[in-house]
Design a protein around this ligand. Sequence first.
Ligand code: THU
Length: 157
Amino acid sequence: MKEVKLEITVYEADGIHELQEADAALLKEATAATKQSYAPYSKFNVGAAVLMENGEIIYGSNQENAAYPSGLCAERVALFYANSHFPNVPVKAIAVNSAVNGKDNDDPVFPCGDCRQVLLECENRFGKPIKVIMGGVKNIKIVKGVKDLLPLSFVLK
Ligand code: THU
């Protein structure tokens, strides 16, 4: 047996001012989407903005439910909407941000495992990498493709 080290690449910024203009704009849209969140149980408001290859931007926010598992994360709300309305249009990028009590969080929000799996499916489906921009007021992390978020991922063979 041998040890194998896997490498992922993550870009980090200290604020939105360090981002490329298009990434900053998408992150701002995600931040705005936190206001549409319905999160009376966790009080953790998440917003997502998906940029499609046709220039369309789709918004999502987390939608919770008294039966907790029935709720859905912002990323999947946005992605499923995007894929159901534009089934033939690849997704270029997704930005995600979070807020508590109307205040944007300093640290980035990272997609949960289920969202990573759904993002990966979307990337594989169109054969194009999806940039993931994860905000943070004071810290932003970016990966250029979902495989950097989910190495050793499950695919049906
Ligand atoms: N949540 C998201 O919407 N996206 C994430 O990336 C992490 C978690 C939501 C799910 C739930 O409504 C709340 O945040 C607390 O977990």
